[in-house]
Design a protein around this ligand. Structure first.
Ligand code: NDP
Ligand code: 0GV
Length: 282
């Protein structure tokens, strides 16, 4: 092969790859108008902000969490912001949980799994029961809700959005129980996505890899320990919805704080491990 060809072929490949990626559909808020969406863990934080974005876009939203009084306020605000409809279901989520989709006029277009049980942000304390409980809330309830929502999502050609973390892709100190539950989500949902592809199931699965976000609970738990400043929850919530609506495989937010360390993860794990701790922890 001539030298010119050796350069030209990879170059052409790069141009084609660029065209392919830049030709991807753009997000439009109208994509969510009239869609029936469930957001779990929507009484505070990122989930609450997702409910408000969806309401502005004219979606029918159903929010869940344990604290009914907070959910009531979220529902009222969603109605003010222009939601097609807004409802709540309160209660704790576990492996027994069925998705409350039938409340949304019998159907469902998007299931956003976002809730997270309370954990600690310090050295692993050896409490196995805590890990079991956290797995139930952060992982098994996601599985149970997915299983019960699947017939409706298949019917609508809908989407499952799973909110995870950098701590669900890389091991960081002080997040042992939490990290275990988030890694489990990646295993379950990435494998399920492959099966959907083989079986031609038209349900997308979007896994969201988030860095430190400025929600009240996260800032309270980790701001004194971490060097980095948290990213805004409002923008984070919008990026998650965009990724779900565009049926992306994964969402990275903030992109540079998540995608680049993940590219380094497999071929420079030692380097990343030792140095990232120095960079991240005060
Ligand atoms: N903030 C951050 O820095 C990061 C967050 N993430 C992920 O983003 C998502 C949202 O996080 P964030 O907004 O910070 O979390 P918040 O602590 O603000 O919100 C958690 C939500 O889950 C609900 N919840 C808690 N326990 C249960 C339970 N047992 N059953 C049902 N609902 C429950 C809470 O409401 P109530 O107490 O009323 O039940 C609340 O609505 C999580 O999946 C988290 O792992 C990922 C990376 C970083
Ligand atoms: C390589 C680096 C540039 C990026 C490092 C990002 C690290 C430090 C980020 C990524 C995900 C983050 C944690 C998270 O997912 C959720 C929570 C729950 C909350 O209640 C307490 C804070 C906590 C533990 C976050 C702490 C900071 C973490 C480990």
């Amino acid at each position: 092969m001539g030298r010119l060809q050796k350069i030209l072929i990879p170059f052409l490949g790069l141009v084609l790859a660029f065209c392919f990626y830049s030709a991807r559909e753009n997000f439009k808020p109208e994509m969510l108008k009239g869609k029936r969406v469930i957001v779990t863990g929507a009484s505070t934080g990122i989930g609450e902000q997702m409910a408000y974005h969806l309401a502005r876009m004219g979606a029918h939203v159903l929010v869940t969490a344990r604290t009914e009084a907070k959910l009531q306020k979220v529902v009222e605000r969603c109605r003010e912001l222009g939601a097609g409809s807004a409802q709540l279901v309160s209660g704790t989520l576990s492996h027994h949980t069925l998705t409350p989709a039938p409340l949304l006029s019998g159907g469902l277009d998007m299931l956003i799994l976002n809730h997270v049980g309370k954990s600690y942000f310090s050295y692993f304390d050896g409490d196995v029961r805590h890990i079991q409980k956290l797995l139930d809330i952060n992982f098994l309830s996601y599985v149970a809700m997915t299983v019960s929502a699947l017939p409706m999502l298949k019917q609508s050609g809908g989407s499952i959005v799973v909110v995870s973390s950098m701590a669900g892709k890389v091991g960081f100190p002080f997040t042992v129980p939490y990290s275990a539950t988030k890694f489990a989500l990646d295993g379950f949902f990435s494998s399920l996505r492959q099966e959907f592809s083989i079986q031609n199931v038209n349900v997308s699965i979007t896994l969201c890899i988030l860095s430190f976000i400025d929600t009240e609970s996260a800032v309270r738990a980790a701001a004194d320990v971490l060097q980095m400043s948290p990213a805004p929850k409002e923008e984070c919530a919008l990026e998650i919805i965009k990724g779900g609506a565009l049926r992306q495989r994964e969402v990275y937010y903030k992109y540079t704080l998540t995608k680049i360390p993940l590219l380094l993860r497999d071929w420079a794990a030692e380097l990343l491990g030792k140095n990232s701790n120095k960079l991240i922890i005060k």
